[in-house]
Design a protein around this ligand. Structure first.
Ligand SMILES: [Mg+2]
Length: 229
């Protein structure tokens, strides 16, 4: 099925770098440092659940180009605060800065990440295509010693493009000097990684912890790639 594959393009957040776990740890520390339990009159669990909902809604709007990076950054904690009937815009900005300074230094990777990359790097040329912001994505790659596995690291923001736009997949082909038939995308986001890649004529494997029935090839853990590639 993947006999033509020569180039594998990975998403970064929640595909290789455990965004969920790294973000959870930073938010837990900041929740206590900012005494949010008193201010929001809630516990960390419900703060975190609300943050995730607000953040993913904002990212969806960012993907659709309804809001820009600045809006996403400057409003996410304020929107969370408001859900708990608390309002302090300046504190929201301070918290955002603090969160962005700390979070890219997290070192949790997705299960089996390094052993899978070690296996794949001798067989394929590996690359990254990420929609994350440039100043944090480079820190993550360096902190976790991931950079050397990849030939091209394509950060959408640096090219004013964003997955699932077809243009970013074509740009990736240009950088990697390959044809669409040679390309396989692996990512955790159905819309931006998987549908984007399939629409560009690539193959795709969805990293989905809870695989569903359907036509899309799925794995629940990165190490499964060692069996199929
Ligand atoms: Mg992702």
């Amino acid at each position: 099925m993947y006999s033509k594959t020569k180039h594998i393009f990975f998403d970064l957040d929640d595909t290789l770098w455990d965004f969920e776990k790294n973000s959870y740890e930073v938010l837990q520390v900041l929740f206590s440092e900012y005494s949010l339990s008193d201010k929001l009159k809630t516990d960390f669990t419900s703060f975190h659940t609300t943050y995730k909902e607000v953040n993913s809604q904002l990212w969806r709007r960012y993907y659709k180009k309804e809001i820009d990076k600045q809006f996403l950054r400057n409003n996410r904690f304020d929107l969370v605060f408001k859900k708990f009937s608390y309002s302090n815009y300046d504190e929201n900005l301070k918290l955002t800065d603090h969160y962005l300074q700390k979070s890219p230094y997290g070192t949790h990777l997705k299960s089996g990440c390094i052993e899978t990359l070690d296996y794949l790097k001798t067989r394929y040329t590996l690359h990254i295509i990420t929609n994350g912001f440039k100043e944090v994505q480079h820190i993550k790659l360096n902190t976790c010693a991931l950079r050397s596995y990849f030939q091209q690291i394509i950060i959408s923001e640096e090219h004013q493009l964003i997955k699932p736009e077809e243009k970013i997949f074509r740009l990736a082909q240009t950088f990697a000097k390959c044809e669409k038939e040679d390309c396989l995308m692996i990512g955790d986001n159905l819309e931006s990684d998987i549908e984007g890649a399939l629409n560009a004529g690539w193959q795709a494997i969805w990293l989905n912890p809870h695989p569903k029935e359907g036509k899309i090839n799925q794995i629940s853990d990165l190490t499964e790639l060692k069996r199929i590639l």
